[in-house]
Design a protein around this ligand. Structure first.
Ligand code: TYD
Ligand code: ZN
Length: 405
């Protein structure tokens, strides 16, 4: 029996199985279409002891983050979001010349670039070679390695300890959380702060955003298991805010030295308990809605196709591949996916093999319906594609229920 990633107890219960699923960011070249594609179970568990929702089938990080297509800077809402995060953190924690800010999983350097005007030294840590090279080329100093204790010691020794360590959209990717926190601790000054941003379980449940489940995301965090985890390291949450990005996230500031529990943490722990996060019922209900949404989406796409409508997907996010594979939506139901990311264009979506094309094709082509696979950027995309809608084109959103906008 598998052990829980946070509390190490054998108290996991499965509540959802999305079936054997290929890797969500493994977009295929044409010549790879005939090759067999690796797929792995995508089963989700709840821990009865600490409350962590998690996967237990762990795909090695070296496989997931070797050659990585995702670029933060491609999506303008993320650029805006991270610029605001940098400003907030710089002001709140007095980042200035003489400080060191380290970003773990720094991707193309979008977040660190927001610290420039405050004058600290910055350092990115990014395991994907192609992405780290882009950041370095843009002048954001980035170490192309997986983060761990040895690298943390080296950073502390050669560049001095950090005042702030950032971990946005990476904490859920970490299998060995203890090792990760130990390494962060090695690198931080005594009064230093670790700022984590991670999709929030409550938002995922509220909107049934099940497509955010894929192999890269090993944990689906509520605050309760986080508090338990940090306290084992003598760390404490000093600030916590909910954020709109990625379908709903939480930003958590964690102080290395133990801090008295802030009222906002006590309040959110209460809310989580009231919401029923401690018992299986909420997860069983979620799984039931997942099946319903999947069925409704396929029915909708089939009926549009039967009426001779042309349907495509808007965005080729990793999460879209969970949705397409779970619903078995292939090129017969979506002609292509449009995406602005160069490394995805000209490739085929993992599993269902839907071709990915540049977004300029969408504007020229004007299909009848576009399924918003990047539904988390709906506002931005609807604004950007206003001309498409003015000419009668329609968007479909999958969540909270499949609907034509
Ligand atoms: P995102 O939702 O950020 O992440 P994930 O891969 O973790 O699910 O991915 C959004 C995708 O949508 C990304 O490939 C970029 C693309 N995109 C566009 O093509 N056009 C746009 O206007 C926006 C905002 C995103
Ligand atoms: Zn647990």
């Amino acid at each position: 029996m598998a052990r829980c990633r946070v509390c190490q107890q054998e108290t996991l219960e499965k509540f959802l199985s999305l079936g054997p699923t290929p890797l969500a960011n493994r977009f295929l070249k044409r010549e790879q279409l005939e090759e067999s594609e690796p797929s792995f179970p995508l089963d989700v568990y709840f821990c009865h002891t600490c409350g962590l929702v998690q996967l237990v089938d762990v795909v090695p990080a070296e496989v997931l983050f070797h050659d990585y297509p995702y670029l933060t800077g491609v999506s303008s809402p993320m650029r805006t979001h991270f610029a605001a995060l940098a400003e907030d953190v710089a002001q709140e924690y007095h980042v200035g010349p003489g400080s060191l800010v380290v970003d773990i999983g720094s991707n193309d350097g979008t977040l660190l670039s927001g610290f420039r005007r405050f004058g600290p030294k910055t350092l990115g840590v990014e395991p994907a070679a192609n992405v780290a090279a882009m950041a370095n080329a843009a002048g954001i100093q980035t170490i192309n390695q997986f983060f761990g204790p040895a690298l943390a010691e080296e950073i502390a020794r050669t560049r001095g300890p950090a005042q702030v360590v950032l971990a946005t959209n990476v904490f859920a990717h970490v299998h060995d959380l203890d090792r990760f926190l130990q390494a962060v601790s090695v690198m931080l000054v005594a009064e230093g702060v670790l700022v984590i941003e991670v999709p929030y379980l409550v938002d995922m449940l509220n909107n049934t955003e099940f497509d955010t489940i894929y192999h890269e995301h090993l944990s689906y965090f509520a605050v309760r298991p986080m508090v338990a985890l940090f306290s084992r390291f003598g760390m404490g949450i000093i600030d916590l805010t909910r954020q709109r990005v990625h379908g709903g996230s939480i930003r958590v500031a964690v102080q290395k030295s133990r801090a008295p529990q802030t009222p906002v943490v006590a309040q959110i722990l209460n809310e989580e308990a009231e919401r029923g996060l401690d018992s299986m019922r909420i997860y069983r209900d979620f799984a039931e809605r997942v099946r319903m949404i999947g069925q409704e989406l396929v029915d909708l796409l089939r009926s549009l196709r039967a009426r001779g409508m042309r349907t495509v997907g808007y965005g080729a996010p990793a999460k879209g591949n969970t949705l397409l594979n779970f619903c078995k939506v292939g090129p017969d139901l979506l002609e292509y996916l449009v995406d602005a990311t160069p490394a995805k264009q000209g490739r085929f979506s993992p599993g269902m093999h839907v071709p990915v094309v540049p977004d300029t094709r969408f504007q020229a082509d004007r299909p009848d319906y576009a399924l918003l696979l990047a539904w988390n950027y709906a506002d931005e995309i609807l604004r950007k594609e206003a001309a498409y809608r003015e000419r009668g084109g329609k968007f479909i959103t999958p969540f909270p229920r499949p609907a034509i906008l």
